[in-house]
Design a protein around this ligand. Structure first.
Ligand SMILES: *Cc1c(COP(=O)(O)O)cnc(C)c1O
Length: 370
């Protein structure tokens, strides 16, 4: 007789009741045009592959050994890149790891977290894992920041996606500064998309000790498969996060890849320029169709489709999503919030991927079947 063990009854109740984060789909087969998880449509710098080959060739037996526990070389490279000190940098296993460490360090049952809604949907999961209350501040359709409400919301730590996802709307650095001035807790500005934006909050770090900025190698550096990110903040905050993180939270190859990527400034300047140009072209393309489309400062476009009969709304957005899926285009539909249910989020691909996408949209408008 197998012994009976009720895992959910034995687990912590708040974990047993948790709704897990739902990542965008990673299709198992080939042939998809994948515009659903904001990955870079371009490969990482050739310097990344060269550095990985060199690491494996000359130091292969080093995989036997643990990586640098503080990712020292990468930490120093990130610090130099931003004009900061290494003590202001924490390197993480994707920026999700940094967000997780921030939640673990700054919220629990008696220390609430806060966020704007809709934003990156991982925050509520991380906060729920801490069994912490989450204060949610709803955006209106303008997706503009309400500095006053954030400053006075009572959260111990506040997560702000800037530029926002899924809208792509950016916030002026001056408003971030106002929040830092007045908010008594820790403000986490999640800048996964900031390299595609005109402004960012890094310049505020030396003024505001209650500001943390997180960055990712997944979107702009084309290294989503490597899992590297980082947090920038006051050395006291970074020191706390260092206590909480795994000793070896970033593997040896990921550290090597990220250092090589960060050093190839020219390659990525070009990649960012191409993505931004394509983004702006297709924002105009959707607007020219009469589709309401937010001004994006990220590498995705959030647009409200209108069908051939002039209808819009959740059913229309979902119908176009399904039609495109049938033609092997993956994009993202978020049906659960009033501000997102009528919209589709499209990651900016290459020019030819975007051209193919808009041709498929034209076919949908002309009544084709998927
Ligand atoms: C993609 C994304 C992340 C996660 O980045 P990783 O470095 O891949 O963990 C964090 N925040 C936002 C807003 C994102 O879109």
């Amino acid at each position: 007789m197998p012994k009976i063990f009720n895992a959910s009854a034995v687990a912590l109740p708040h974990v047993a009741a948790l709704d897990a984060y739902v990542p965008g789909e990673q299709p198992p087969d080939t042939g998809w045009i994948k515009l659903n998880t904001n990955e870079n449509p371009f490969p990482p710098s050739p310097a990344v592959e060269a550095a990985l080959r060199a690491e494996l060739a000359s130091q292969a037996d080093h995989l036997r050994l643990y990586p640098l526990p503080t990712s020292r070389v990468l930490r120093e490279t990130v610090a130099a890149f931003h004009g900061l000190e290494p003590s202001q940098v924490l390197v993480s296993n994707g920026s999700d790891d940094a967000l997780n460490l921030l939640a673990r360090t700054f919220c629990d049952a008696t220390h609430p977290a806060g966020t704007t809604v809709p934003s990156y949907s991982l925050y509520p999961v991380l906060v729920a894992l801490q069994n912490a209350p989450l204060i949610t501040l709803e955006f209106d359709r303008s997706f503009s920041l309400d500095v006053d409400r954030i400053a006075t919301c009572g959260a111990n730590v506040f997560f702000l996606t800037a530029p926002n996802a899924p809208s792509g709307v950016a916030f002026p650095a001056a408003q971030i500064a106002q929040i830092c001035e007045r908010f008594p807790g820790l403000l986490v500005v999640d800048e996964a998309y900031a390299p595609f934006a005109r402004e960012n909050a890094v310049g505020l770090l030396n003024t505001y000790p209650n500001l943390v900025v997180t960055r990712s190698f997944s979107k702009v550096y084309g290294l989503a498969g490597c899992r590297v990110g980082y947090a920038l903040g006051h050395p006291d905050v970074i020191g706390l996060l260092d206590r909480v993180r795994d000793s070896y939270n970033v593997d040896r190859l990921a550290q090597v890849a990220a250092v090589a990527a960060l050093r190839d400034v020219a390659y990525y300047r070009d990649v960012i320029q191409k993505i931004v140009r394509t983004r702006d072209t297709y924002v105009q393309n959707f607007r020219a169709r009469g589709w309401f489309t937010y001004e994006s400062q990220a590498n995705f476009i959030f647009t409200e489709p209108v069908d051939a009969s002039g209808r819009k709304g959740a059913a229309v957005a979902k119908a176009l999503f399904d039609f495109l899926r049938g033609r092997k285009f993956l994009i993202r539909y978020f049906g659960s919030h009033p501000l997102t249910k009528d919209f589709l989020r499209i990651s900016v691909g290459t020019e030819s991927e975007m051209k193919a996408l808009t041709e498929a949209i034209d076919a949908w408008l002309h009544g084709a079947r998927a």
